[in-house]
Design a protein around this ligand. Structure first.
Ligand SMILES: NC(=O)c1ccc[n+]([C@@H]2O[C@H](COP(=O)([O-])OP(=O)(O)OC[C@H]3O[C@@H](n4cnc5c(N)ncnc54)[C@H](OP(=O)(O)O)[C@@H]3O)[C@@H](O)[C@H]2O)c1
Length: 173
């Protein structure tokens, strides 16, 4: 769907077979290669995170301009920008990327609430499929196979990365 200025919006997540992405504020697996993949994929782009995920990380991730979503108008943290909803975050991302090369995107980095709310705006999903079904309290949203097509799949150490592209530019999930 792109941002108002036409930047691509990409969701980057690691999900288990039962769609769990988090448990008790943490990621319920240890896959260093997936952290490296997340870093390489998001580096140099604008990263949008939920307040819970940002506080779990505890610091702004280097090399990425970060926008934290929160409905708390008094919330702030060092080194990040703040937005009150997804459309405002996309407008702010455009401002941060003004003059940047066209291959600089907006990356949606979670958690579960943010993935769900940002899905209608996404053009692409880069999903690490983790072959486990752990207990968890945060999930990746379902999306319709009618609106999304798998374009690439790459096995990695302990997981598989799958690239999905939106088929119809009509929003929805
Ligand atoms: N496996 C992965 O790839 C991955 C990636 C990231 C995170 N995670 C995991 O996911 C879990 C956290 O996910 P979560 O769903 O609990 O929290 P979250 O999505 O990170 O953050 C939720 C908070 O963000 C704010 N927010 C979310 N959507 C918003 C919107 N549309 N507009 C304005 N503010 C919005 C609200 O903050 P306020 O309450 O301040 O208003 C909300 O309480 C953790 O376990 C984390 O480890 C996993």
């Amino acid at each position: 769907m792109t941002t108002p200025a036409g930047r691509r919006v990409t969701m980057v997540a690691a999900l288990a077979e039962n769609r769990v992405i988090g448990a008790g504020g943490k990621i319920p697996w240890h896959l260093p290669a997936d952290f490296t993949h997340f870093k390489n994929t998001t580096m140099g782009h604008v990263l949008i995170l939920g307040r819970t995920t940002h506080e779990g990380i505890g610091r702004p991730l280097p090399g990425r301009q970060t926008i934290v979503l929160t409905r708390d108008p008094d919330w702030s943290a060092e080194g990040v920008r703040v937005a009150a909803d997804v459309p405002s975050a996309l407008v702010l991302a455009d401002e941060l990327l003004e003059g940047a090369p066209v291959d600089k995107h907006v990356m949606i980095g979670g958690g579960g609430h943010v993935y769900k709310d940002a899905m209608p705006y996404a053009d692409e999903q880069i999903l690490s499929e983790v072959p486990m079904s752990p207990e968890g309290d945060a999930h990746y949203p379902e999306f319709s196979a009618k609106r999304w097509t798998e374009v690439r799949r790459e096995p990695r150490e302990g997981f598989t990365v799958v690239w999905w592209e939106r088929v119809f530019a009509c929003g929805g999930d």
